[in-house]
Design a protein around this ligand. Structure first.
Ligand code: CIZ
Ligand code: SF4
Length: 319
């Protein structure tokens, strides 16, 4: 629509005027991902978003994603201005892991190394020994397990359970979940596979164990896109936020991608597997953030100092 065109032009102009770069997550709307690509920004998972933002020379980062991604960007680049289209975009994992309750949980288990998923507040990160994203989580836990460390893991119990199974590490799990991935159903995937028996099943490990069990490939968003490229199958059933189809289809234009069912009856659901908070990022509020610097992220200096340590461990981690 012409309205969108005008917004897009305005955003492009403002990005230049403000010496800003757009860093977008795979789960944001297609229009935002496309804009990030066209303007020399990046579209990626939270690990690469963090790396890209920290490396980039722009003085302002516009982070289209959810709150913890903006906070992470600010923690890594305190000298940069970090803007988000909306500060309301949170995450069920972040909400389900309040800093005070989490600190009490850690205090009760002082013998454990505290590893938290990136989808947490700065205050929770500040209490952790390690921060990990799903693309690096298995490798980090494997490393800690090899050193004989016992783990306290938060907040995603499905991802934690998956890593535990995969590495054999001793992991105590916080009881949190992603409201998007938790809705995928193994029965729905099976039913869809009975219609497309040659399809590969690609699953993000925030999904329930029963869905992970029927997967051909389990991995983070970037890993699933790579798998779509590398697998011989021409059809893919994908269990993660449907925002991923923008980049995945670009990577494999000749392949057919299906959303994994969330309803359990084999019917694909057009609106279920999409994060309501990611969906709050739109062209309008993105333009607004650049125009008047609304949605600016600030992180308390002392909190930042403490949260930076476990984040840097992650960024410096080599397998
Ligand atoms: O589910 C999320 O929010 C993901 C996959 C975040 C990330 O690590 O990119
Ligand atoms: Fe959080 Fe799930 Fe949304 Fe990701 S998709 S931001 S884990 S609620």
């Amino acid at each position: 629509p012409a309205e969108d065109e005008a917004r897009i032009d305005e955003i492009k102009r403002l990005l230049e005027e403000r010496n800003a770069v757009l860093v977008a997550h795979y789960y944001t709307d297609d229009a935002i991902q496309q804009l990030a690509e066209e303007t020399g920004g990046c579209v990626s998972d939270s690990l690469e978003m963090a790396r890209f933002g920290a490396r980039h020379e722009a003085s302002t980062l516009v982070v289209a994603g959810v709150r913890f991604m903006g906070e992470t960007a600010k923690i890594l680049s305190p000298e940069k201005r970090v803007l988000m289209p909306t500060l309301e975009a949170t995450c069920s994992l972040d909400i389900g892991c309040p800093a005070d309750e989490f600190a009490a949980f850690c205090d009760a288990h002082p013998d454990r190394t505290v590893v938290v998923y990136a989808n947490t507040s700065a205050a929770v990160k500040a209490r952790a020994d390690w921060v990990v994203t799903s693309s690096i989580a298995v490798d980090v836990i494997e490393h800690l397990h090899t050193r004989g460390e016992k783990i306290l893991w938060a907040p995603d119990k499905h991802l934690g359970g998956y890593i535990q199974k995969k590495t054999g590490a001793d992991m105590l799990l916080w009881d949190g979940a992603c409201i998007v991935h938790e809705e995928f159903k193994a029965k729905g995937v099976d039913d869809l596979r009975s219609i497309y028996p040659d399809a590969a099943v690609l699953v993000h490990p925030e999904s329930p164990a029963s869905v992970v069990e029927v997967a051909d490939v389990v991995g983070s968003t970037s890993q699933l896109i790579n798998a779509a490229r590398e697998l011989p199958q021409q059809e893919m059933i994908v269990a993660t936020d449907r925002g991923i189809f923008f980049k995945m289809q670009q990577a494999v234009p000749e392949k057919t991608l299906f959303e994994a069912p969330t309803a359990g009856n084999g019917a694909t659901c057009k609106s279920c597997a999409h994060c309501p908070w990611m969906a709050m990022n739109a062209l309008d509020n993105l333009a607004g953030a650049l125009r008047d610097h609304s949605g600016e992220i600030f992180v308390d200096a002392e909190l930042r100092r403490r949260a930076l340590k476990p984040l840097e461990r992650m960024l410096n981690f080599k397998r």
